[in-house]
Design a protein around this ligand. Sequence first.
Ligand code: SF4
Length: 385
Amino acid sequence: MSITASQYDLDVPDTIENGYFVFTIMPTLQCPYNCKHCYLSLEQRRDPTTMTIDQMRVVCRKVDAYWDQVQPPSRVVLVYNYGGEPTSTGPEYFEAYVNMMAEEFPAAKGYEVKHIMLTSLLGVDLDVWAPLWHKHTGGYIQTSYDGSMRSSSYVRKWEAKVRDAISRGLRVATISVVNADLLEQGVANTLNILADLGICETGWLPFMLNEQNSVAGKYDRYAPTMQAFNDYMIEMLDHWYSLKYRGIQPPSIGEAHFAVDRARRTPMSNMCGQTLFLMPNGDFVLPNYKDGYKEYMHSFGNILEPDTTFHDILVSRERRLYMRRQVTRNKNPECQGCEYKNACLLEFAKPNKTSDECFGAKRFVAHAIHRNSLDPLLDGPVTLF
Ligand code: SF4
């Protein structure tokens, strides 16, 4: 079962300092695919460099030493393996780090550790991986779904893999970057396809500009405006309600649950204070933005440096500046008095586009909260994407 934010005290923000760590590991960036929204360069995707288990153990020991010092009220670690393609390091590697973390983050010290993997599913041998996921992730996996953006033959192979995975008792959630092809496919079609496959949860992200897709017109070709994103998400939520009323069980829409849940929490709960990405070389990073809203990975320091502690990373100048940007919502004028600040989908603070609706998807957030106030089908546990 996934750990859900609503299991914890609504007044205590989910932050690393409070003992809630969304530990997003990228032990390798290797991936055989060339997705149009990917923030990794071709060179990074073809690079087999992988953090060793011993190095990852050093990182875990530094996290544990930090929590020994600050004695937080809980010790929750959600280990998201996002890669690259996380299965590319092989099943032995996966088992080795899961077992290593069980040693370094023992339940006897109050640790609650959950493992989650975001896989393309293509080329994955389910005879090998399905039993491992049943054993270590509670049978839950996440996979990317972007409609036909990666080609129709990709989608056909992916659908076959999803059906195979579900027939083996796995619970499969999707994460989608909303793109022009999904818009063309249409909301009802898209949600019906995912419901028919048996997907349990969905997550929907705006298409972000980065170094890779800013060339050759890829961003301009595939990225919808935030106005189109809001329209799409509102229509999807309305379709989701109508499926529910017809007795059909569509997959949940993560962002709708997120908005309803976060609106009830403190502003600090929506600040990225719980998340760090670990790169293969030991850098702790988070997505940041330059030249407007172009995404890049911003480093807060390298945890594998012998003298660097986890505390050093958390209080580093770079992280403090980063957190200030979250707290002030990048000083965006429209964000300052916004009543949806806590619930907004502006995942990592950046400037809004001047000629578009905000990156927080305010209109969709308001719609989800309003619909839930009339019919509270969005109450209940929120799985953290
Ligand atoms: S919903 Fe929009 S205006 Fe409100 S805080 Fe988020 S990004 Fe800013």
